[in-house]
Design a protein around this ligand. Sequence first.
Ligand code: ADP
Ligand code: MG
Length: 257
Amino acid sequence: HTPRGVPLRVEGLRKEFGGIVAVDGADFAVEEGSLTGLIGPNGAGKSTTFNCITGVHEPTDGAVHFRGEEISGMSPDSVANRGLVRTFQIARELEEMTVLENMMLAPKGQTGESLWRSVLPGLRSGIMGEERKILEDCWEMLDFFEIDHLAHEYAGNLSGGQRKLLELARALMTDPTMLLLDEPFAGVNPSLEERLLEHVHELREEGYTFLIVEHDMDLIMENCEHVIVMHQGRMLTEGTPEEVQSNEQVIEAYLGG
Ligand code: ADP
Ligand code: MG
């Protein structure tokens, strides 16, 4: 295949929590426009790796580069402003707001403007300029994910799968070029899972890059072109789904728990 750029590089990443070594020297890169899977048994260090990449945790050692710039140690906002975002579960406060309000309150891309004060009254009194545009973007995004009919529903009333769609829609409002999804299909029924996957593939075709942590091995193997395997904080192997599936160490790590 034609060579592609490598937006994300993780080098010698290490994260300790007190005496616990959660990530013990992870090294990997993610290709532009790929759907890359990050798998490994429970406690392998996958979520901690995501948190170090997106600025939630500061690495103990090692470096993360995004589009040629070192981002390790930056705040989550700074990382997101560079176009690298992860999905977050809908926070409790946001459950008491509607789907549309959730979208309007999602952190916005390059503008860096806080809409907390201005947007909500604006929804009632008429919106001008920039805010009008954001509202249109929100509707467009809800329409893309086929949850526009839920716009005025409280987020707390959504099903597990609908929440996952909203989480992804919210993340996209920050105008990312790369998305990190941590178990995006957990608790999602099969038909919604299918839809969510279709959207991920559509977005990838538009040029977005995805790194996905997912428990369901079959799902990763069927949908990802490249798979990275972590075990006990380290990289076990990486390769195509076929290569990874037939790797003895991977089989052992999963059977060994
Ligand atoms: P995974 O997502 O692959 O299941 P995690 O990254 O969540 O793994 O966890 C890796 C290890 O780090 C586990 O032993 C976990 O208990 C530990 N760990 C994760 N986060 C913290 C934390 N905030 N404080 C202490 N230990 C943590
Ligand atoms: Mg995890």
